[in-house]
Design a protein around this ligand. Structure first.
Ligand code: ADP
Ligand code: MG
Length: 869
């Protein structure tokens, strides 16, 4: 190191503290990167890699980005999960002796970035901390730096719960200490693409002890402290907007694990991972960014306390019944700015006068909103109205101090109103008087010289001047005017008197700009003291916004207020899948009832592919979730239990698109449900067992059903294509068969999407083949085979014993099938023979009914074209 130049040595010393970040090293108008940082950054950012001499043996790799466009590059790196340490010059280079002092002023990370592309108005940007304690349990804390929210909880010994929490808040960065197991870090990094950060300080510090006063457990304090230490250490500034840490317990909410949330597409769809098409998308009629964020939080954590759920329902009902008041409320909310993030930016010191005008306008809305709420004549809304704090003194201050249309810059004046500050007014008078004086002088000079076109102007280089066109120069009095500048057709002059006035004016203007900036800063400091009140206000505004959003959607889509049964009954009349219904226009959607009670704990759903099994199951789960977040539900009548947990497993073939599903995942999810479900849970198993061979799958499916039936008693919807399972109804008293019907219409299969009692017609596949007009002899034969198979060794009971591989079985069946057909076909033409060969080589057990139908259709088309030729 000794051979490096002093600047490179400085660089290396600073870099040593920021090993896992790109160090943006300020050099004049650029941020430069050196060594490996430079090589990596040049690739990630597609910028030119150069090199410089730094005193060492070899030239040092280097690349850089201009200071003024750095934000864009920083965002790109953050989006890719990297961290960026901003290292600034902290002394004036002109005064520096030797190398200019430099310091890292902020570490920007995926979990702490406050502005830019990655930050959506309606989304929180959470950073989490996980602690692993000696007893094997986990502590989990999270924060949104832009809103100041802090939450913390203790989780069990199951790391899956930690994953669930991380996924449900969508954290991009997780802070852990040195003792955190490597394997778990690796899982977070590789499976969930999470940036891992280190923080070993877990003690409570003076700078944030006031944030921890509501916590009553040492583990909670430790976990939260880890996170706060990290934030203070990386942000290196006042974080006055951080809110008191609140502890929560995952048992206070309806539990839905990560996979189930994904399967149900609550906040994003499986295919695109976007919001569009999710439940959140359907519901989002919020008018404020704060409301949008709260809506997402509510969907992530539906309630289980009946009292609070019913409070929300009462408010939604009242808002539905008062259409005009609700519309006015929506208009009012539209004017409310993002008070939460504004508070954060006030604390961070990056608000401008325009933000404060937005704040003023928002606060001015509050009395009107409170007034509107009273017009609903609803006690719960009244209660919320009473808590609305209009922060009158702050509104007053902003009204008095800041002009209506201030500039973006806070350093160029034109921010503060006349009459707000006496000293400022004096300077302004001086400046304005000076300008009047100049206008007067211009008039006098015109009269004195008789030059009508004479004018007084101003520019930055020469200040004020008198301008006279060349043609008029002859009229100027000798000796009075001093020439300053010559233009092509005019000359510019000054006079001592003009210069004297100019000095006064410019001095005043300079003072004005300085004083305005000072005043702005002191107003900003004053706003800072209101942060807790603004945050409390923000909480109520966002709650109102989400509730009006529920009312708006419920009314528009004809939802009904659900009621809750203590007897674990589900009675849904004309239920619909909220998102599918919206996407396909409601007229077409076929509503379905659902009835479940103690004798109907498990519904076994059969029916052909594409008939609507999965949709039906999901609609029950989404209805339960909507009810428990406090929204109305898509049905004409709904009585539901309050579920404690929801588990789902969606058939392997259904999410092959995402490429993530393996039979193992399917089994793990089944295990998860079986291990944790109670009789108050809801389980959706969609075609479980499809990912393995037929007999394996069928045997597992049956065993799972029996287990749930005999040991858990959770409300379960189980769809299957193993028709054999329908006979379970005879053995298991609390299991009932239902099916989705399809009919033939004008020779085509039409899916009615209608749920009916009893099992689906088992000869359904053959029926479809018949519809497709396969030769009658073939259909007859298929029916014979079916009878044989049913009477033969392949009944369900046997199957569970045999567990032969489906491949062998298929082969055996097919050879038997071909033997019978081929001799009869001897007289046929060779092309028909080929068709039959094709038919016989189909592996029916590997095909879905729809595939089979399509293949049959193709074969038939070929056959017909041969017959016609
Ligand atoms: P399955 O699980 O039985 O294969 P899905 O539930 O995936 O069938 O439904 C297939 C398609 O049928 C869906 O994409 C949807 O467009 C349509 N569908 C399902 N249920 C209904 C319904 N109740 N009304 C109208 N269309 C429906
Ligand atoms: Mg399905």
């Amino acid at each position: 190191m000794a051979t490096y130049t002093p600047m490179i040595q400085q660089y290396l010393t600073i870099k040593a503290d920021y090993q896992d970040a790109f160090l943006f090293f300020r050099l004049g108008d650029f941020y430069e990167m050196f060594f490996d940082d430079a090589i990596k950054a040049s690739q990630e950012l597609e910028i030119t890699l150069t090199s410089r001499d730094g005193g060492g043996d070899e030239r040092i790799p280097m690349c850089g980005v201009p200071y003024h466009s750095a934000a864009n590059y920083i965002e790109t790196l953050i989006e890719r999960g990297y961290k960026v340490a901003i290292c600034e010059q902290t002394e004036d280079p002109k005064q520096a002796k030797g190398v200019v002092k430099r310091e890292v002023v902020q570490l920007i990370t995926p979990g702490t970035i406050m502005q830019g592309r990655g930050i959506e108005d309606k989304e929180n940007n959470f950073i989490a901390a996980v602690s692993l304690f000696d007893d094997g349990t986990f502590g989990f804390a999270y924060n949104d730096l832009s809103t100041g929210e802090n939450k913390v909880t203790l989780l069990g010994e199951n790391f899956q719960e930690v994953i669930n929490e991380i996924a449900s808040i969508g954290a991009k960065e997780v802070v852990v200490d040195d003792t955190f197991p490597e394997q778990l870090k690796k899982d977070l990094k590789e499976k969930f693409f999470i940036t891992i950060s280190l923080e070993n300080e877990t003690s409570i510090s003076k700078s944030f002890e006031h944030l921890l006063t509501d916590l009553d457990d040492e583990k909670l304090e430790q976990t939260m402290s880890t996170l706060l230490h990290y934030l203070f250490r990386t942000q290196k500034r006042s974080l006055d907007h951080l809110q008191k840490a609140k502890s929560y317990n995952t048992n206070q909410f309806l539990k839905i694990d990560y996979y189930s949330k994904r399967n149900l597409e609550l906040t994003e769809t499986i295919r695109t991972k976007g919001k569009k098409g999710s439940l959140l998308w359907l519901l989002d009629e919020t008018k404020t960014a704060m409301g949008g964020r709260l809506l997402k939080q509510w969907i992530d954590k539906p309630l289980i306390q009946k009292k609070e759920i019913e409070r929300r329902h009462r408010i939604v009902e009242s808002m539905i019944n008062h259409y005009f008041e609700r519309e006015e409320l929506r208009e009012g909310l539209k004017e409310v700015y993002d008070l939460e993030r504004l508070s954060g930016r006030v604390a961070f010191g990056n608000v401008n006068a325009r933000d404060l005008i937005q704040l003023k306008k928002s606060l001015q809305q509050i009395p009107a909103i409170a007034h509107m709420l009273n017009r609903f004549q609803n006690e719960d809304l009244q209660h919320l109205a009473n808590q609305l704090d209009p922060c009158e003194e702050l509104t007053d201050l902003l009204e008095r101090s800041i002009v209506d249309n201030p500039p973006i810059s806070v350093k160029e004046g034109n921010i503060i109103r006349d009459g707000y500050n006496a000293e400022l007014d004096q300077y302004r008078d001086a400046s304005r008087n000076g300008k009047t004086w100049i206008a007067k002088l211009e008039k006098e000079e015109r009269e004195r010289t008789g030059i009508k076109s004479l004018k007084i102007g101003y520019n930055r280089v020469f200040g004020y001047y008198i301008e006279v066109t060349k043609a008029n120069l002859q009229f100027l009095e000798e000796g009075r005017y001093e020439r300053k500048q010559t233009l092509s057709n005019a000359e510019r002059f000054i006079t001592p008197e003009l210069k004297e006035k100019e000095a006064l004016i410019l001095q005043a203007e300079e003072k004005i700009v300085d004083l305005e900036y000072e005043l702005f800063l002191s107003i900003r400091e004053e706003v800072k003291t209101y942060i807790p009140r603004l945050q409390a206000l923000a909480r109520i505004i966002s709650e109102l916004d989400v509730l009006q959003c529920f009312a708006t959607v419920s009314e528009k889509r004809h939802y009904v207020k659900p009621s809750f049964s203590d007897e674990r009954k589900i009675i849904i009349k004309d239920g619909r899948h909220p998102v599918v219904e919206k996407v396909m226009k409601s007229q077409e959607y076929v509503p379905n009832d659902c009835y479940m009670d103690q004798e109907r704990e498990i519904l076994l759903i059969t029916g052909p592919n594409m008939s609507g099994k999965s949709t039906y199951m999901r609609q029950i789960a989404l209805t339960a979730i909507l009810a428990q977040v406090g929204c109305f539900v898509p049905a004409s009548e709904a009585i539901l239990p309050i579920f404690d947990q929801i588990f789902t497993r969606i058939g392997a073939a259904d999410d092959l698109i995402s490429g993530q599903s393996t039979f193992m995942v399917e089994m793990l999810e089944a295990k998860n449900a079986i291990a944790h479900a109670t009789k108050n849970s809801l389980i959706l198993f969609d075609e479980i067992g499809r990912g393995t061979s037929t007999y394996d799958g069928m045997a597992l499916a049956q065993a799972i059903i029996e287990y749930i039936h005999n040991h858990i008693g959770a409300k379960t919807l189980f769809s299957t294509h193993y028709h054999e399972l329908t006979s379970l109804e005879e053995e298991l008293p609390n299991l009932k068969n239902i099916h989705v019907s399809a009919i033939e219409q004008n020779g085509k299969v039409v899916f009615l999407h209608k749920i009916k009692e009893g099992p689906a017609d088992k000869s359904y596949g053959i029926h479809v083949a018949q519809l497709a007009e396969l030769p009658p002899s073939l259909i007859k034969r298929a029916n014979e085979i079916l009878v044989q198979l049913e009477a033969g060794s392949n009944t369900r009971e046997e199957v569970t014993k045999e567990r032969k591989s489906s491949i062998e079985e298929t082969a055996a069946q097919l050879s038997f099938f071909t033997d019978e057909i081929v001799p009869k076909a001897e007289k046929e033409t060779s092309s028909e023979k080929k068709l039959l060969q094709e038919l016989s080589s189909l592996n029916l057990l590997e095909m879905t009914p729809l595939d089979a139908l399509n293949t049959l259709y193709k074969l038939q088309k070929k056959l017909k074209s041969q017959q016609n030729s």
